[in-house]
Design a protein around this ligand. Structure first.
Ligand SMILES: [Mg+2]
Length: 358
């Protein structure tokens, strides 16, 4: 074995309390797992690949499951070690091969896979002196990110919306009795598009009743109104809704896409669900082939996870990559948000982020 991985669980407080319809915790902070990948063949001063996997209990992951699964995934990637040390074309092929081997090593565990896949891309990018998006031959031109507001009292959400006025779109978490009051309050202080996300909490009656109001309020899209497996309800609402419905909890990996044709107009792809940079690229490309509108989302990752997502963001129509902006502090630096709210894909090698000193 030449690949070695070290992982660390970090808890970072949120800037503002952050709750969604299916939250269990206090909404006080984000727990994420950071990894450092080394290749002993590079010697003691070799590059370190950074990765992040955000464990979401809804998808069956915790920091402990990530810790248990990582060695199995590293063993699956190990046969590609020599290819990963090769020149560009060979290394690119090895990244794809390793990503398939990681996928086939165990079902589910998207965040654990994401942590390793991201670290492999960062390591190869650093070795070759290429930023990840160039390693993948992807465009650095990406859509601007929206900014997400968690569930709270309508006037509190509106105050946060006013503070976020520079963002070209807001994503408002809904899924409770105050949904309409919240959206009215946000609309009173914010003129741009509003995207809403019910995180599975609505019943079909809620959707049918709210749609005319959502249209009036300038809502741009409705994300995951119903339970993940209730594609029948989602299809029913999409047939009655002039607004696009985007699924998130129903679109975990590329394998979910074919079954969503005719159900909804859009899918939300996240690295932490599907397994990292390589799988997200394939899922976004397949979603485009199937005619879906593509939303690239995130969990509440640090800028390691957000930089990894930004590398494939040119393949999406809408971007919700604000995880690290929701945190009170980010342990990493190097990822900059432009004045137009587009992440700037740097020319630095790999992900272009490094641990903050001190
Ligand atoms: Mg969502």
């Amino acid at each position: 074995m030449t690949l070695t991985i070290r992982h660390e669980t970090i808890l970072t407080p949120y800037r503002d309390p952050f709750r969604i319809a299916r939250s269990h915790g206090s909404g006080a902070g984000a727990t994420s797992v950071l990894v450092e990948l080394r290749d002993t063949a590079d010697g003691p001063d070799g590059h370190v690949g950074l990765g992040e996997g955000y464990p979401d209990a809804y998808y069956g992951e915790t920091p402990a499951t990530i810790g248990v699964v990582l060695p199995l995934l590293v063993a699956a990637a190990e046969p590609f070690g020599e290819g990963l040390r090769g020149a560009l074309v060979e290394a690119r092929a090895a990244l794809v091969g390793a990503s398939h081997a990681i996928e086939e090593a165990i079902r589910h565990h998207g965040a654990a896979k994401c942590a390793l896949d991201t670290a492999l891309h960062d390591l190869v990018g650093k070795r070759l002196g290429l930023p990840v998006h160039r390693l993948l031959e992807l465009s650095p031109v990406i859509p601007p990110t929206d900014f997400t507001l968690g569930i709270d009292e309508p006037e509190i959400v509106a105050a946060r919306a006013a503070r976020a006025a520079r963002f070209p779109a807001l994503k408002v978490k809904v899924g409770g009795p105050s949904d309409l009051a919240t959206l009215e309050a946000v609309r009173a202080v914010y003129a741009g598009p509003i995207r809403i996300d019910a995180n599975t909490a609505w019943q079909p009656d809620d959707g049918a009743r709210l749609i005319p109001e959502l249209e009036r309020l300038g809502v741009e899209l409705i994300e995951q109104p119903f339970k993940a497996h209730r594609l029948d309800q989602t299809r029913w609402l999409q047939q009655r809704s002039p607004l696009p419905i985007v699924v998130d909890e129903s679109s975990v990996t590329i394998d979910d896409l074919d079954g969503l044709v005719g159900v909804c107009e859009g899918v939300n792809v996240k690295l932490a669900k599907c397994g990292g940079i390589g799988p997200a690229r394939r899922m976004l490309e397949r979603a485009r082939e199937l005619g879906f509108r593509r939303f690239l989302g995130c969990m509440e990752e640090t800028s390691v996870g957000i930089a990894a997502s930004a590398a494939v963001a040119s393949l999406a129509d809408w971007i919700d990559l604000d995880g690290c902006l929701l945190l009170a502090s980010d342990p990493f630096e190097g990822l900059e948000l432009g004045t137009d709210c587009r992440w700037i894909l740097s020319s630095r090698a790999g992900l272009g982020v490094a641990r903050r000193a001190g």
